[in-house]
Design a protein around this ligand. Structure first.
Ligand code: TMP
Ligand code: ASP
Length: 254
C-alpha cells in the first residue's frame, strides 16, 4: 500500500521523532515543533500494521476541531495552528510518560482483564494510567507504582486526573450532540518550558472508542480504530463519518 504523501518539506526542519502515527519535526523556533499525521495504523503494540486511506488528514482535522473546542472551555493544549492538511504547529513540551485513559463504558482491555461485560456503564467513569513504554507493552500502573518509578508527583497526578475528568465532561457532551457515544479515550500531556501542563498528542478515532449511538448492531456501531483492530472493514469510512458529524455539529450547533 502507498505511504502517506510526503510532508511539505519547504518549511520543515530536522525530523526529531517518528512514531507509529505521527512524525515530529523541528522548526527554527526551539519552542515550536511541527507534527505530521501519517496514514499508518498499528495495533497490539505494532504487531498488526496497515494503512487507513487519508487517516492522517482526517485525524489532523478532528484533533484541530476538538482541541479548539477544549481550548474554548479552558483546557490548555499544545496546538498552535493547523498549517496544512496533515500538519500542525505545536508547542514543544516534555511529555509525561503516562497514557491517561478515561472509560465511560467498558470495552477493550478493561473487558479482557476484568470480565466486565462490553458496554457496561462505569459510574463514576474510570481514569487509569498506563506507562508509555512500547518495550514493556504500555502496562497499567497503580498510584504507588507511578510514585515508586518517579514518573510524576502526587500533585501532578491529581492535576492529570482532574484535567482528564474535565476533558471527558466536555467531550462526552459534545459527542452526544453528534449522535456518538464516547466509550473511552486516551490522552497524553506534557509540560512547556514554564512547567505548565498542556494537553498534547491528538484526540481522534485512533485514540478514542466512538460508537454510533443510534446503531444497535455491535459491529456496525463502531466508528473508530476498533474497525482496524478487529478487521470490521470500512475503516476509513468510520473515521470520515466521525469527522463529518463533528464538522456538522460545530457548523450548526443543535
Ligand atoms: P484499551 O481498552 O485497549 O486499553 O484502550 C483504551 C483506550 O485507549 C481506547 O480508546 C484506545 C486508546 N488507546 C490508544 O490511544 N493507544 C493505545 O496504544 C492503546 C492500547 C489504547
Ligand atoms: N497504537 C497502539 C499500537 O500499535 C495500540 C492500539 O491502538 O491498539 O501499538
Amino acid at each position: 500500500m502507498a505511504n502517506s504523501p510526503a510532508p511539505s518539506a519547504d518549511h520543515l526542519g530536522q525530523k526529531l521523532y517518528e512514531g507509529k502515527a505521527k512524525i515530529i519535526y523541528a522548526t527554527d523556533n526551539p519552542e515550536v515543533l511541527i507534527t505530521y499525521f501519517k496514514d499508518d495504523a498499528t495495533a497490539f503494540n505494532a504487531q498488526k500494521r496497515g494503512q487507513i486511506l487519508n487517516k492522517g488528514v482526517i485525524n489532523c482535522k478532528i484533533t484541530a476541531y476538538l482541541y479548539a473546542l477544549l481550548e474554548k472551555q479552558g483546557i490548555a493544549t499544545h496546538l498552535l495552528e493547523t498549517t496544512s492538511e496533515r500538519e500542525q504547529r505545536i508547542k514543544r513540551v516534555q511529555i509525561v510518560p503516562l497514557e491517561v485513559v478515561v472509560r465511560n463504558l467498558a470495552a477493550g482491555s478493561l473487558c479482557k482483564q476484568t470480565g466486565i461485560a462490553l458496554g457496561t456503564k462505569l459510574e463514576p467513569s474510570l481514569v487509569e494510567f498506563y506507562y508509555k513504554n512500547d518495550d514493556l507493552g504500555d502496562p497499567l500502573l497503580t498510584r504507588d507504582r507511578i510514585f515508586a518509578m518517579g514518573l510524576t508527583s502526587p500533585e501532578r497526578l491529581t492535576e492529570l486526573t482532574q484535567k482528564a475528568e474535565a476533558i471527558n465532561h466536555i467531550l462526552s457532551q459534545f459527542f452526544t450532540r453528534c449522535g456518538i457515544t464516547l466509550v473511552d479515550f486516551k490522552l497524553e500531556f506534557g509540560t512547556d518550558s514554564a512547567g505548565t501542563l498542556l494537553l498534547a498528542d491528538e484526540i481522534s478515532p485512533d485514540t478514542c472508542r466512538l460508537w454510533d449511538t443510534s446503531q444497535p448492531d455491535e459491529r456496525q456501531r463502531v466508528m473508530d480504530k476498533d474497525r482496524f483492530r478487529q478487521d470490521l472493514g470500512n475503516v476509513a469510512a468510520g473515521y470520515q463519518a466521525v469527522l463529518e458529524r463533528i464538522a456538522a455539529q460545530l457548523e450548526n450547533p443543535a
